[in-house]
Every structure is written in structure tokens, then in C-alpha cells.
Design a protein around this ligand. Sequence first.
Ligand code: AMP
Ligand code: ZN
Length: 304
Amino acid sequence: MDMQSSLLDRLFDAGLLIDTGVEGLYGRGGAFEDVIARFERMIDAYGGGDGAEAMRFPPGMNRAHFETSGYMKSFPQLAGTVHSFCGGDLDHMSLLQCMEVGSDWTQEQKATDIVLTPAACYPLYPTIARRGPLPAGGGLYDLQSYCFRHEPSNDPARQQLFRMREYVCMGTQEHVTNFRQSWMDRGLEMMDKVGLDVAIDVANDPFFGRAGRMLANNQRDQNLKFELLIPVTSAAKPTACMSFNYHQDAFGAKWGLTLEDGSVAHTACVGFGLERIALALFSRHGMEIAEWPQAVREALGYPG
Ligand code: AMP
Ligand code: ZN
């Protein structure tokens, strides 16, 4: 058995994750959720003093905004759309017939106005753009959302529905790159506190196709994306548990985000992969939270 399915089996056996029969789609046990809640409190302790505006969007977003974002140009392989039955009685009868004989009953489903959110920050940009120019000093936002990515896998760290906690910063180039650097420093410190081995490295997004390879190279050459890596199923190939993205003025231009002086805003976002961080903790310290090192339990606020 490979390391990925063996970790997944141990998580199922311990009731930390719950099998649904679909790879990458899991229920979460109470203890698993509690780790995430405690880690989020730690994030609050680090970021809470920065004055970010908190917003929570559901895991589906406005399809028109998704189209404007250009996601289908870059990551068509990962997107998930919400389709529904929109027919009448006859259509209903033929749908039931399809199900009866085991043929594809989803063919006649129609696209709704909702697509699944691919990253927690996607619904934010059009929301902020609608408000008009950013206030003096820019904008800082605190987000958390379930996100969907169609990447089925038996690696428990590669889920199809998972949560991302994000801080997004909008302002001048200097402002947003300083924001990104400060979270790289904080991320290293936080992971050290909970006893996880970390490295930060330059990274790229999984842009689709041949043209995508160029975009990925460009992203790397310009240091636009860094990841904080932690061993989960493999020490040799650690997993990205945090991302630090600098979008230059690309999102600012796309969405019409402007600064007080009328110039186009630069943006950056920092994302915590909440399930991945919990999985890194269980993988490193074991399935029994009661047996985790005292310093780690303390950092997460477990009773002594
Ligand atoms: P990204 O937008 O790809 O940089 O994702 C932000 C963060 O979400 C990553 O650093 C991961 O921690 C987490 N993440 C991305 N994809 C997945 C996935 N398939 N399953 C679980 N966590 C993920
Ligand atoms: Zn983001």
C-alpha cells in the first residue's frame, strides 16, 4: 500500500475523516474539526490585530464573476459548475427513465447562475470593486471558504472540497509585497510552534495545457507564488500547506480596483490550506491528540 492510501486508512480508522465513496470528498470527525477550529484561532491571534475586514462567502459564487475572472482560460480542468433540472413533466419522465436504465440522466441538466468557488478570494474582487476606489491605505480582508477543485486522488491532502482561510491585501506594490512577506515570516513561526518541519519555496499554479507551461514558468521567474511546504505523506515530497501569491496589478486591472489617487491597485493573497495543516499535524504527531507533545497542545490551546 502506498503512503497516501495508508495515511487515509488510518484517518478513516480513527474517525478523523469519513469515507463517502468518492476520492477527495470526505466527512470530518469532531476531533479533526476541532484541530481546524483551534488552528484558525491561532491564525486570528497572529492576524487579528491587522484590522482586516472579515467576510464569509458560501462555497458557490456568481457564474458571471467566475467567467470574468478568466478561471476557464487557466484551470478548466479544476472547475466545477452547478447544474440543475429545469424541464417540465415530459423532461422529468425521460430523466427518470434514464436513471432507471442506468444511462446518463445528467445530460439534460442546465447550468445555473452558480459555480463552485475555486479559491476563497474569488468572490472578493468584484465585491470590493463595486464599492468604488479603495480607501487611503488600501484594503485588507479576512476570508474563509470551502473551495472545489476537480482533482480526485487517494492522497488525503488532495481533496475536491476543502477549506481555505485567506487574507487578501490591496494597495501599492510595496504595501502588498510587504504584507506577503510578513505572512511568510508568520507562517514559519506558527508551524514551528505546532512542531511541524517547514520549508518555503517558489511555486507555480497548475495552468492547463501547452500555453499553461509558459504561464507557469513566467510565474516562477517573477517569484509571484511561494508555498510553505510540510511533510504529510512524504518527507521527500512535502505538501503545500500555505500559499503566498502576488498578482501584481492583474486583478486590479481586471476588476477595476483603484487606489485613492486613481492608479490601479496591486493585490496579494495568503492562503492557509486548513485540511492540509490538520493532516500535517496528525501525520507528524499521531492520530491521538491526547498524545501530541505538550508544547504543541499548548500552542493549540488544548487543556494541559
Ligand atoms: P492555491 O490557490 O492552489 O495556492 O491553494 C491555496 C492553498 O489551498 C494551498 O496552499 C493548499 O494548502 C490548499 N489546497 C490547494 N489545493 C488543495 C486540495 N486539492 N486539497 C486540499 N488543500 C488544497
Ligand atoms: Zn487568493
